[in-house]
Design a protein around this ligand. Structure first.
Ligand code: PMP
Length: 432
């Protein structure tokens, strides 16, 4: 098949007729397929069911240091959980605080605290005329939702295959002291599945922000979420790199076990410098007496240590990998030669980023929906839900079964073809 752009109007119309018939056929199938959110599948949740057994019966819930997990206390998390999460986050246990069940919650709290209390003694953001955040795009919709909720102005920064455009980041943070933060998903990013290069991480650690309360929001949600055993991305550890650069307090690092154990019932944590941790704890001790230590202990007893966790992640990978490969195969087979789209091919994480011709993403998502396939809303990967080129669609392959996914990709690629043909025909008409 030749690229659509090279086809004549007549060829395109003939193809459209053929593809429309296929689409009608799909509409009669009453499909209910969902590739919208990065949720683990039921099969993945099943592999963690052993966690339900480790604390059953009359088991002793005492920590090594004598802490009774059934009772109040231990604001920053039990020692065993700090060790486990610290290994997962590649920092020393002294640099982390264990939170509750969600890292997104921690990020929200971090922004909220900065709004009302300020950062390490600086003016609370709510008292400033303007507060801005840099948002690498496409990015994670729920990050953008937090900053939008607090009325923080969002400035889009384009992503490159190496991470955010660092020339732009450096210039903006150095020149504008109302810029207080940047959202980053540095490893297997949401939605591209790319990892920041060493140079990008080094440049992040060496930023010279005009605002002393500027922080990098380093959301390392996919830190151990590899698809392959022998082809994995590795990041320079950002806390250590900031320290080496003399910028010790520049970063907050977030992570959770949501996609290791159970989303919504995992453990979240923040890693940061001692100064930042003191600042955070001043607020945290007002907010809570302590988080769920029973769940912390459950995770520790189940995984044992980081090696247990890595082994567990291999089981996730075995389930997810064929799904990613099915999506990539379908895209390559159906769209590979047509020059109407491009996409990423990640080695980990939960997403694939798909770009259609400009002005087509919304129409593709709508067309999918009309036949029973739910995709992430077009525009969701941009601040305020507005993709200026209307081209980006996030594909989340994890949740459907493999057979549903194959069907969903058949329908998705069909919708991409149909919408692209309409777009090209409309452009040809304009030129006539
Ligand atoms: N950060 C990123 C980049 C994510 O993709 C997700 C989940 N989709 C989260 C955070 C949410 O994490 P949690 O369950 O720990 O709140």
């Amino acid at each position: 098949m030749k690229p659509y752009m090279e086809m004549t109007k007549e060829e395109l119309l003939a193809l459209k007729k053929e593809l429309s018939a296929q689409y009608k056929e799909f509409q009669t199938k009453d499909l209910r397929l969902d590739m919208s959110r990065g949720k683990p599948s039921t099969e993945q949740l099943d592999i963690s069911m052993g966690m339900m057994d480790v604390l059953s019966g009359n088991v002793d819930l005492t920590c090594d240091d004598g802490t009774d997990c059934r009772n109040y206390g231990v604001l920053d998390g039990i020692k065993e959980a700090k060790e486990l999460l610290a290994d997962m986050m590649e920092v020393a246990p002294d640099y982390i605080l264990i939170y509750g069940n969600s890292s997104l919650n921690v990020m929200y709290d971090t922004v909220s605290r900065s709004m009302t209390q300020g950062v390490m003694g600086s003016t609370p953001w709510c008292k400033l005329d303007k507060v801005k955040f840099l948002c690498p795009v496409p990015g994670y919709d729920r990050h953008f939702a937090i900053t939008e909720y607090f009325g923080i102005e969002m400035i889009s920064v384009p992503m490159t295959p190496d991470g955010p455009d660092m020339d732009m980041v450096e210039e903006l943070v150095a020149s504008d002291d109302s810029i207080k933060g940047i959202w980053c998903v540095p490893k297997y990013s949401n939605p591209q599945g790319i990892s920041y290069s060493d140079e990008t991480v080094r440049r992040f650690a060496r930023l010279k922000p005009a605002a002393k309360d500027f922080r990098i929001y380093w959301d390392n949600a996919y830190t151990i979420h590899h698809l392959y055993d022998h082809d994995q991305d590795h990041l320079i550890e950002i806390l250590a790199e900031c320290k080496r650069a003399g910028n010790t307090d520049l970063v907050y690092k977030f992570a959770s076990t949501s996609k290791v154990s159970f989303p919504g019932s995992g453990i979240a944590a923040i890693a940061a410098s001692q100064n930042n941790l003191v600042d955070i704890k001043r607020q945290l001790k007002i907010q809570t007496i302590g988080h769920d230590k029973v769940n912390q202990l459950r995770h520790v007893r189940y995984f044992g240590d980081i090696h247990g966790m890595i082994e567990h992640m291999r089981k996730h990978a075995d389930i997810i990998r064929p799904k990613f490969e099915a999506v990539i195969n379908a895209l390559e087979q159906e769209l590979g030669e047509l020059s109407i789209a491009d996409w990423t091919n990640p080695k980990g994480g939960y997403f694939i980023s798909f770009n259609s011709l400009n002005g087509c993403a919304k129409a593709i998502v709508t067309k999918c929906k009309k036949s029973g396939l739910i995709m992430t809303g077009a525009g969701a990967t941009y601040p305020y839900g507005k993709d200026p080129n209307d081209c980006n669609i996030r594909i989340a392959p994890s949740y459907p079964t493999l057979s549903d996914l194959v069907l969903a990709m058949e329908l998705f690629t069909l919708c991409v073809k149909l919408v692209s043909i309409d777009k090209i025909l409309a452009e040809k008409k304009d030129k006539e």
